[in-house]
Design a protein around this ligand. Sequence first.
Ligand code: SF4
Length: 86
Amino acid sequence: MEKKPFCRKCLLDEIDENDYVRSVRKYIAEYPTEKRVSDEEYKRRLGICLECDYLDRGTCEVCGCYVEFRALRKEMKCPKGNRWAV
Ligand code: SF4
């Protein structure tokens, strides 16, 4: 069976879940080093998200972002009172 390529313009119904998860992981893995926080800071931020009531299946209910994307980026802050602040 021929696999459909991952498409950014597809709706969720049209996307193979495994392809979608793979594309998310690929995006994170390939995000430019100069734009990303350190691994230590990334884990710290995600640890805070994991304890947060607004985390819902990998998504922040306040901003709608996938927290693993948002926490990766240097310029991003937690949208709820900046809970990631040190
Ligand atoms: S980004 Fe902030 S508000 Fe959203 S889940 Fe993480 S800690 Fe909670």
